[in-house]
Design a protein around this ligand. Structure first.
Ligand code: ZN
Ligand code: ZN
Length: 372
């Protein structure tokens, strides 16, 4: 692969996190969420904790990751900035305790720590930890150029994979294929094109199943005239894409189904057009929901309009009614209104967009042509 990507600016993340500590009422932070550990250090192992204070950053993990941790921290340019301690559970706790020695108020990631863990840390540190929420997650909501390059590439992999397997849907009327077989073909096409994994479990929902927003692909055969919701994404170097297209097998939809397709397409286009710097996430939900309410289907749009995407498939900001986060350049959000009518079918259309200084760039670019 000849494509080159901008470097990930990992070092500046730690400085921005340090700036966020005082407003959160802490002078040290224990980062126990693995995705956040990765974001701050480049380390992708399945076990690891970071202690961060103004005097330094310590990463602890166990012997399985001795080489990997050193390599990954060096790869993001932090070999001189992050102290890596390898050892068993007790040695790790001692190292973290020592790293936090000068911090009177140690924050824990309250959204991800159990009661038992918080109690154990209080005993270990000899002082009560402070509950913090979303400190790293709020930094993650704004992507740097290297992150956007990787997300764009993940989206390109997904677009190309769908293009490759779409003929299987077009032929489904004469050459039957099940939801799960189509999902498997799509997943393997993404892997062959360089995805390290799927971004989440692929949704393929045909006919009556399309009315269930998060249907699990089954052995139901896809038939002529079926609406088919395909919601999927690729992961590339940790970064995920997310896209939904709804097709109609064998031609254009008719009747009540056509009305749903048209309404969701109008709603989604309006939402995409509204994504720009300076607007609230909630206003995107208002725009999409307004079109569907106007079309008399408000109570059939039962989920929020979208979400942030990045190292996690669902992350800040939430694109939901009352969402107060303000979009700014580097924010990545999905716009995915849907209408689901039991007995008729469901339609969802979703794109992932990155907010730019003047508007938004869609990362997912697959055609919205309905006829498959
Ligand atoms: Zn999706
Ligand atoms: Zn989504």
């Amino acid at each position: 692969m000849s494509e080159t990507f901008a470097a990930l600016d990992v070092a500046s993340r730690q400085y921005r996190l340090l700036d966020a500590l005082d407003p959160a009422g802490v002078d040290g932070l224990l980062v126990t969420t693995l995705t956040n550990v990765r974001y701050l250090t480049g380390f992708t192992g399945s076990a690891g904790i970071v202690a961060l204070t103004s005097t330094g950053t310590t990463l602890v993990t166990d012997g399985r990751y001795r080489t990997q941790a050193a390599e990954q921290v060096a790869a993001v340019g932090l070999a001189d900035h992050v102290t890596i301690v390898i050892g068993g559970a007790e040695a790790q706790r001692e190292a973290l305790q020592a790293a936090l020695d000068g911090a009177d108020r140690v924050g824990l990631e309250a959204d991800h720590v159990t009661w038992a863990q918080a109690t154990a840390w209080e005993e270990r540190l000899g002082r009560p930890p402070v509950a913090t929420s979303g400190l790293v997650e709020e930094l993650r909501a704004i992507k740097d150029a290297g992150e956007i390059d990787r997300m764009r590439h993940a989206a390109q992999i997904a677009d190309a994979a769908l293009g490759e397997v779409l003929p299987l849907l077009s032929r489904a009327g004469i050459d039957p294929i099940s939801e799960s077989t189509f999902a498997l073909a799509l997943d393997s096409a993404m892997r062959r094109r360089g995805a390290e994994s799927v971004a989440f479990e692929t949704i393929v929902a045909a006919g009556e199943n399309s009315a269930k927003p998060h249907h699990h692909p089954s052995d139901r055969l896809i038939a002529m005239g079926d609406p088919v919701v395909v919601d999927f994404g690729a992961t590339f170097e940790g970064y995920r894409s997310d896209m939904t297209r709804t097709f109609c097998v064998g031609g254009q939809p008719t009747g009540a189904l056509k009305e749903i397709f048209d309404l969701v397409a109008t709603s989604q286009a309006a939402g995409v057009a509204a994504v720009q710097p300076g607007v609230s996430a909630g206003s995107i939900d208002d725009v999409c929901r307004g079109v569907i309410v106007e079309g008399g289907m408000g109570e059939r749009f039962e989920h929020s309009t979208g979400h942030g995407v990045g190292l996690d498939i669902h992350e800040l900001p939430w694109v939901a009614s009352q969402g107060t986060a303000i979009l700014e350049a580097g924010t990545v959000v999905t716009v995915e209104p849907g209408v689901y009518v039991a007995g008729v079918g469901g339609v969802r259309i979703e794109d992932t967009l990155v907010v730019t200084s003047s508007g938004a760039e869609p990362l997912t670019r697959f055609t919205k042509e309905v006829a498959a």
